[in-house]
Design a protein around this ligand. Structure first.
Ligand code: MG
Length: 455
């Protein structure tokens, strides 16, 4: 099992470095990170960004840092994070994406991409931080500084890569609505679905880093205008992305938001049909994944929470010769090992079309036919995380326990996860069962255990 790192990261979070522009996130910091990346990963690096207003300034700093330490830079312009990951995997020694993903417009950030297209792991992220804090960079002289070229059309390779993974023309007769949220998806998702022969309607498809239409986080409330459009035009579904389009969420043909664990289960059904193998997902994911997996003779392997843990576990299992068929998180971030080892919102768009063309049923019907699931979620602001976990571990010792990240208790009719946040004094509790009665009963048992500590 993959455990959280021993030495704590200070700048890097779960997916790169993020911060408010002008506060933590400055051109100076980005340049230092880029100099560190270029020192550790010399060669030719690709860079790209989402649509944020601070993107041009910060990507200029990234390029300056890389060239200063002797790297050559290929600027791919605005594109989704998985687009740059695909391009790096195909052509380059490493990459940097300037994005704050789903965070509001005042944020920006840096994701570092390895030559295989995966996000940099914890140990290497800590090594980058060590370089940044100590200032140990190998800045080059005039004869060895790097150069720059622009390649905004490389993103077409990503679009074609996604389209090649599903049967040609499967979107024929299907109307879809895309809400790019003024983020990076405007460059790719409409192109992908058009090439699959869908009839494509778009909203918020203009790049605008002020995000005037909705927050980059694609929440149910923010997608109400798209839901109305889906219903009024009789679309098969609506799809929306976060700011850098590694995640995708859906509105069904009745205008209802599809909860992301249900999305994961449905897409898992499409990916796993006819395959036996392993689905990798964090301990926080719904049991729906196991239930849909078992219909397709697939089992579930649980990791710590975070897409890089999922992606790296998938790689590790494959290296051991195990048949990994799918991976993902219950937040619309899904990973297709036949395509690349990162969350990919464009691939998820294509796979939804594939699912509907295979099943020949409405998305609303497929959602309603999923096994019943009631999930209860709580968060507690407390600095007593260790005491809470120890108490739960002791009380539920006779249950099946998975301690890869927090404590997950699995019973035949329910499961629960109690897990401290990695970044703030907060503990989260999830409980899921097929019925509210069972979920509530389990909740009471856990409350009886933890309330004396919290009070
Ligand atoms: Mg994202």
């Amino acid at each position: 099992m993959i455990m959280a790192e021993a030495k704590k990261k200070q700048l890097f979070g779960t997916n790169g470095v993020r911060g408010v522009v002008g506060e933590l996130m400055t051109p100076e910091l980005v340049m230092k990170i880029a100099m560190a990346v270029g020192s550790m990963r010399p060669g030719t690096l690709a860079v790209g960004r989402d649509t944020r207003t601070s993107g041009p300034a910060l990507i200029a700093a990234a390029k300056a840092g890389l060239m200063a330490v002797g790297c050559n830079v290929v600027d791919c312009g605005i594109l989704p994070t998985p687009g740059l990951q695909y391009i790096v995997k195909e052509h380059f020694d490493a990459g940097i994406v300037i994005t704050a993903s789903h965070n509001p417009g005042e944020y920006n950030g840096v994701k570092v991409i390895e030559s295989d297209g995966t996000e940099m792991d914890d140990d290497n992220s800590i090594a980058i931080e060590d370089h940044v804090f100590s200032g140990t960079f190998s800045a080059k002289g005039w004869e060895a500084v790097g150069n720059e070229r622009s390649a905004p059309d490389l993103v077409q390779e990503y679009v074609e890569g996604v389209v090649s993974k599903v049967p040609a023309g499967i979107g024929e007769g299907m109307t879809v609505v895309i809400d790019a949220g003024c983020g990076a998806a405007y460059r790719t998702t409409a192109a992908i679905l058009s090439q699959l022969k869908c009839r494509v309607l778009t909203i918020n498809a203009q790049p605008d880093g002020r995000f005037p239409a909705r927050n980059p986080e694609p929440s149910e409330e923010g997608l109400a205008p798209m839901a109305d459009l889906v219903c009024s035009v009789g679309a098969a579904f609506g799809i929306a992305h976060d700011g850098d389009a590694d995640r995708a969420v859906f509105i069904d043909n009745k205008g209802r938001f599809v909860e992301e664990n249900k999305e994961f289960a449905l897409i898992a059904d499409a990916v796993c049909t006819g395959k036996s193998g392993i689905i990798v997902t964090p301990v926080s994911s719904s049991r729906l994944i196991e239930q849909i997996g078992s219909r397709n003779t697939c089992t579930v392997d649980y990791t710590a929470v975070g897409s890089i843990y999922v992606a790296r576990r998938m790689r590790a299992l494959l290296d051991e010769g195990k048949p990994v068929v799918f991976g993902g998180e219950g937040n619309g971030g899904l990973i297709y090992p036949d395509h690349q080892f990162c969350r990919d919102g464009g691939m998820t768009a294509a796979m939804m079309v594939h699912l509907l063309s295979m099943k020949k049923q409405a998305l609303s019907t497929l959602v309603d036919d999923l096994p019943p699931s009631v999930m209860l979620k709580h968060k507690f602001h407390t600095d007593k995380a260790k005491l809470l976990l120890d108490a739960v571990n002791k009380k539920f010792a006779s249950d099946m326990i998975n301690a890869v990240d927090g404590i997950r208790i699995d019973r035949p009719d329910a499961w629960a996860l109690i897990r401290p946040s990695g970044t703030e004094p907060l503990v989260r509790l999830y409980i899921e069962s097929a019925t509210e009665v069972v979920a509530k009963k389990f909740e009471t048992e856990i409350f009886d255990c933890i309330n004396p500590i919290l009070s």
